[in-house]
Design a protein around this ligand. Structure first.
Ligand code: SF4
Length: 245
């Protein structure tokens, strides 16, 4: 790893730690590594905390504007130097369904919007076939900046950027996440398994149902896989209908 990449990763880790501390404080959760030297035994005792219920759509104290503000002119990984625009995400801030892709491509980098290139147009068609508009769902990526030549995301880039995806999902509180492609599925599910082995059934991310499926860019190269994506999408539609989404 180059020195500047290591510095960027360390800076990203510190920012993530700070964000986690602020999140813990906001939720009233204990900070287990706080120095207890000057506290009495009674003060040191930490009462067990019940697991905080996951906020429903729009109920969380986090909101997307605050997450975007917190991300700012992010320089937490080396992709910052290469981007034209940071691509945060767009759509309904209380969406029942969130699509999570891998990273912006050239068109997305130019426009600062997710899924607006040819793969994005196919995603828009898929959303339309579900009886929805793009404005009904939320669309974002694991990485907010474009990797050069659309190469695969590097682990340190995912580590630096993932805290913001987590906050986006916390703020939205969707019923279902559709993970588009291998990197989105692996990052959310923490499973090093190919998308072919993950798709076709629901998984769980923090209590939210996750349906992994093929990335629209893969479908452009392999149209025969559209049938499988349609099967996955129909399962999502059934789940949303069951939940009243
Ligand atoms: S990819 Fe994410 S972590 Fe890296 S600079 Fe862009 S917003 Fe920041």
């Amino acid at each position: 790893m180059r020195e500047e990449e290591a510095q960027a990763e360390l800076a990203g880790m510190l920012v993530s730690l700070k964000d986690q501390l602020l999140w813990n404080r906001e939720k009233g959760r204990p900070l287990p590594f706080v120095c207890h030297r000057n506290q009495t035994p009674a003060e040191r005792r930490v009462e067990p905390q019940a697991a905080a219920p996951r906020p429903g759509p729009g109920e969380g104290s986090l909101n997307l504007e605050a997450v975007r503000e917190n991300l700012g002119d992010c320089r937490r990984c080396s992709l910052a130097a290469l981007r034209k625009n940071l691509v945060f995400g767009e759509g309904n801030p209380q969406a029942a369904l969130v699509f999570v892709g891998e990273a912006p491509g050239a068109e997305e980098d130019r426009e600062g919007r997710p899924f607006v290139g040819s793969a994005g147009q196919l995603l828009t068609k898929i959303i339309g076939a579900m009886g929805l508009e793009r404005e009904d769902v939320y669309i974002c990526n694991i990485l907010k900046c474009r990797p050069p030549d659309n190469r695969d995301p590097e682990p340190q880039e995912i580590r630096a950027c993932e805290p913001y995806l987590i906050k986006q999902l916390q703020a939205i509180g969707p019923q279902v996440i559709c993970a588009l492609g291998t990197f989105a599925a692996k990052t959310l599910l923490k499973k090093d398994v190919p998308i072919t082995a993950l798709r076709g059934r629901f998984h769980s991310y923090e209590g939210i149902k996750v349906m992994p499926t093929y990335h629209p860019a893969y479908l452009l190269r392999n149209p025969a896989a559209k049938k499988l994506v349609w099967e996955d999408v129909q399962m999502i539609m059934k789940e949303l209908a069951r939940e009243g989404g």
